[in-house]
Structures are given as structure tokens and as C-alpha cells.
Design a protein around this ligand. Sequence first.
Ligand code: B16
Ligand code: MG
Length: 219
Amino acid sequence: PISAFLFDLDGVIVDTAVFHYQAWRRMANELGFDISHEFNETLKGVSRMDSLDLILAHGGVTLTDERKLELATQKNDWYLELVSRMTPNDILPGVAGFFHQLKHAQPPLKTALGSVSKNARLILERIHMVDQFDAIIDGTKITRGKPDPEVFLNGAAELGVAPADCVVFEDAVAGVEAAKRAGMFAVGIGSPDVLTEADLVVPSLEHLTVTELLAAVER
Ligand code: B16
Ligand code: MG
């Protein structure tokens, strides 16, 4: 039976993608090129250094590893400036209600965060959600970003739950792929045209109840 829910952070709990985009764009502009909103989609769920490599390739820029580290640090400083202004008001619609339901589920459900972000815990602190999770797997605990399943397999292991008994909530193509490779049920948050590999897709957690979801998994 399903006994754990694993949540992605960016795009599921909060919309930090807009902050990542602003900070990466500022960096790209300083290097003399721009990145589009569409291009930003391809960075979702991708680790910081892998994102930087994709952006530099996109702009046709080649740099030394030392310079790349400098730029990644600069981008993260700009990003953290934006994150520091976050409050519980930044929690996405439907999240609070969904957590309220799952805390009352019978048999009980365990929860984990599965994010590749090194800033995930800080963000959870800003939005007062640290204590909502039985386990927090973030970028400091993994070596491979999504679509590698490591982040979700670690989450299941830390909770002591079999991967087949986990449901993952993901907004990114790479994240859905990671969930499927981990052998888990994947709920896509977004558009079915984009999240084609998900087992079920809803526009946001506002459009899903825990009871409905558990019934859908059993089918
Ligand atoms: P950081 P998630 C991911 O978070 C973001 O989607 C991705 O855009 C970002 O590059 C990555 O975290 C690393 O973040 O620079 O804060 O370590 O979707 O896995 O929650
Ligand atoms: Mg995400």
C-alpha cells in the first residue's frame, strides 16, 4: 500500500523557478546574451553546475572551471537575495490544504522532500515548512541531479518505505523521469502535454485530494 509522499520543492511547494530565472538571466546578460522563458523550462530540476553548463552552451560561451565556479557563486548570491524575501505567503495554492489532508490520512502517510537544491532547507525555513517533512533530501545529500533517481531513492530509504509504496509530486520533466526510474507513482503538477511520462497530471495541488489520489494509484 502507498505509505509515503515525496515532494519536489521548486514548482510544487513554491515557485522558486522565477527567482532562478531572474538570477541566471542577470548572469547571462552580463556575459552578453539572453535566455528565454522557454529555455528556463529545461533548467528545472537540473543541478546548479549542470544548469550553468547548459546556459553557457546556449550562449556559445566557453569558460575555465575557475570562472564557472565564480559565476555559479555570483548567481547563487543573487538568488539568495530573492529567497531571503520569501514568506509563508509564497507557498503555492493548494499545498497547505493537501498537507492538512495527508496528516489525517488512515493508514498514516510519511512525507519527504526530494529536491536537488542545496538551498532547499533554507527555503523550507523561510516558508515555515521544515516540520512538515519526516525526511529532507536536498542537494547536500545527493551526488546526481534529476533525472537520476538518487534523490527519491534516498528519500524512500530514509523513511524506511519501499519505492513501490511511494508517490512523487513533480513539475519537471527530469523530475518525473527520476520518479519513474525509482519505480514510484508520479503525479505531474503542470500540463499533460509536457509531463507525458507522469501517471497522473493535475494543474496544481488545488485540483487533487488525498482520497482521490490514493484511489487513482490503486486502479
Ligand atoms: P540550487 P528542485 C532545483 O530544485 C531547481 O528546479 C533547479 O532549477 C535548480 O538549478 C536546482 O534545484 C539547484 O538549485 O542552485 O539552489 O542548489 O526542483 O529539485 O526542488
Ligand atoms: Mg521542480
